[in-house]
Design a protein around this ligand. Structure first.
Ligand SMILES: *Cc1c(COP(=O)(O)O)cnc(C)c1O
Length: 372
């Protein structure tokens, strides 16, 4: 077929069938459109195919990794860490370090924790203890306590900062980590600096191409030494789970240089403004819609949970079906949300502030057209 024909054949499939993350009506998932600087710099990464595994394979990118990681780490009270493919692997890495450094026997997390936390416990052969609320009086002296800064479901930030006697405290800031770079909203993660490890996904609220997560440690030397493996063919040991690791630091560094901390913060602040504005619109339609009554979900952490009153609460599988049906109607009008729930009070629409190009008025008009 040849290269030209291959691309021509694929074009309508790949581009025609894509999720339009940058559409003005897209406010649906934690996936952002990648920053234009990161798209351009990604061509350098794939074109030169650098590998963070070994100094010979990415001499300058390894140096960049050090600089960028150190810059990120400071915001979370950490002193180093490394890039991974995302927060699932980052959670596994951090909990692995907790097991090696502190000999923890169990992982304790609230029921709102991401499923990758239980996955990590299972892989590592640790007991997983799911608790209702973090106030329960468990003995945590042999535990890795996992606190979430921005739950996947509603964006709730769990109370950070208290160790509660645990051997290791880990903060999963996969979604919420970006807020730490905002002068206006960074305080919401206060206490994170008391955690032993922190993860966040730069491909979520940091506008990066996929496959870019970081795991950070308060004492990275101790933690990373315990999870490093040497080999005869390697000049330096491999740190953590991955072997080959793409130099996603190149697109990330390009974005950070172009925007600066202020530029990142501006986009995070705008995301929260968009989300809280949407929450006000939801609440302001004379009772036709309802906002989630639990923690988070009102836009302050970039996530809005809402529904057309009554739709999603039908018995059995009916709730989900009804929510999915209305979601499709909204999509036809140009409004994209995700469906979330099953938590006991039915199904909700979830809107997430990852798309800086969203136009909330445009989106809301589409919602109203589909909900007459
Ligand atoms: C998305 C998410 C994860 C998993 O991150 P990936 O980058 O998708 O692997 C972990 N924890 C939370 C709270 C998340 O929202």
């Amino acid at each position: 077929m040849g290269g030209f024909e291959a691309l021509r054949t694929l074009e309508p499939i790949v581009l025609g069938g894509r999720a339009r993350l940058d559409d003005p009506g897209f406010f649906a998932h934690m996936d952002p459109p990648a920053s234009i600087e990161s798209v351009a710099a990604s061509l350098w990464q794939v074109g030169t195919n650098q590998n963070l595994l070994h100094p010979d394979l990415a001499p300058s990118a390894r140096l960049l990794q050090k600089i960028v990681i150190n810059w990120l780490a400071e915001f979370f009270g950490c002193d180093g860490g490394h890039f991974v493919s995302g927060s699932s692997v980052a959670n596994l890495t951090a909990i692995w370090a907790a097991r090696e450094v502190k000999n923890v026997k169990k992982v304790v997390a609230s029921k709102k924790a991401h499923n990758s936390v239980k996955k990590a416990a299972d892989i590592l052969g640790l007991e997983f203890v799911k608790i209702e609320e973090l106030s329960s009086g468990l003995d945590l002296s042999d535990a890795c306590l996992v606190l979430t800064a921005g739950t996947t479901g509603s964006g709730e930030i769990e109370k950070l900062g208290e160790r509660r006697g645990s051997a290791w405290v880990h903060c999963d800031a996969a979604w919420g980590g970006g807020m730490r770079f905002s002068k206006k909203h960074g305080w919401k993660l206060d206490g994170v600096e008391n955690c032993d490890s922190v993860v966040f996904s730069c491909h979520k609220w940091f506008f990066q191409p996929k496959g870019c997560g970081v795991v950070l440690f308060k004492d990275s030397k101790t933690a990373e030494t315990k999870i490093s493996y040497g080999a005869g063919y390697l000049a330096t040991p491999t740190i953590g789970v991955a072997g080959t690791q793409p130099a996603n630091v190149i697109p990330l560094c390009a974005t950070l240089l172009a925007w600066g901390q202020e530029g990142v913060a501006e986009r995070i602040d705008r995301g929260i403004e968009n989300a809280t504005y949407l929450a006000r619109l939801v609440a302001g339609e004379g009772g036709k819609f309802e906002l989630w009554g639990g923690k988070g979900g009102k836009g302050e952490e970039g996530v809005v949970l809402w529904r057309r009153r009554g739709v999603g609460m039908e018995e059995g599988g009916g709730g989900r079906n009804a929510a999915e049906r209305l979601k499709r109607l909204m999509e036809e009008e140009g409004a994209f949300v995700s469906v979330s729930g099953g938590g006991g009070d039915g199904w909700w629409f979830r809107s997430v502030a990852a798309n800086d190009f969203v136009d909330i008025d445009y989106l809301w008009r589409a919602v109203l057209r589909s909900s007459v």
